[in-house]
Design a protein around this ligand. Structure first.
Ligand SMILES: [Zn+2]
Length: 208
């Protein structure tokens, strides 16, 4: 079974991370991990524009360096850009020093390219060790999520993704989608349906 909602107890165990922005009325924070990837990211941007929605894109430095104009286009359209390491490293399998070096590399690349500070960071796979996050927190706000769309799940139908994502979203929720090759076929469709239904419930979509 796919778990869309991060349990409250997990959120409470790590109060150092942003899971959800409580106190926000009728606002939802859309986030996209792993891009920018041609076509996929463009498709996501189109849907967002249609709904007047702003979002946060956690970019992999290596992808941004292959597609710098696309990364800048995301910025140009008023979205926030966050760091997702340079090579999409899994914190649990990586030495702290190597991990931090890769976080810095991603941050430096994005900041040079965009000409602005990159404040937010999301650990790939949501996996990060204490030594790593303690160091990353010196220069980034670490953002997790409270609702997974499940767009990358092979076993989940798009209908179920849409249904559950809408069901679990509440005020201030942080939703995760992916703009990468593996989700290319599903994400724009799921996103459009989710935004359609959440708009209908009176939600607005903002960047972090
Ligand atoms: Zn990722």
């Amino acid at each position: 079974m796919f778990i869309h909602k991060v349990p409250k107890r997990v959120q409470k165990t790590f109060p150092e991370f942003i899971w959800r922005k409580s106190g926000e009325h009728q606002k939802v924070y859309l986030t996209f991990d792993d891009g920018p990837v041609p076509q996929v990211t463009d498709g996501v941007l189109e849907v967002l524009e249609k709904f007047g929605a702003k979002a946060t894109f956690f970019m992999v430095g290596a992808n941004a360096s292959k597609n710098p104009s696309l990364a800048k286009e995301v910025q140009h359209q008023g979205h926030t850009i966050g760091n997702h390491t340079f090579n999409h490293l899994n914190g649990l399998w990586t030495r702290a020093s190597k991990y931090l070096e890769n976080v810095h590399k991603g941050r430096n690349y994005l900041e040079d390219l965009l000409g602005q500070k990159v404040i937010f960071f999301r650990p790939p796979y949501g996996k990060i060790k204490k030594r790593q996050w303690k160091a990353v927190r010196e220069f980034h706000e670490i953002v997790m999520w409270d609702v997974l769309s499940g767009d990358y799940s092979q076993s989940l139908s798009v209908e179920k993704s849409i249904l559950k994502t809408v069901k679990y979203t509440q005020n201030g929720s942080v939703l995760v989608f992916h703009d990468q090759e593996k989700t290319a076929k599903k994400t724009p469709y799921i996103l459009e349906q989710v935004l359609f239904q959440l708009s209908d419930k009176g939600f607005e979509f903002d960047a972090l």
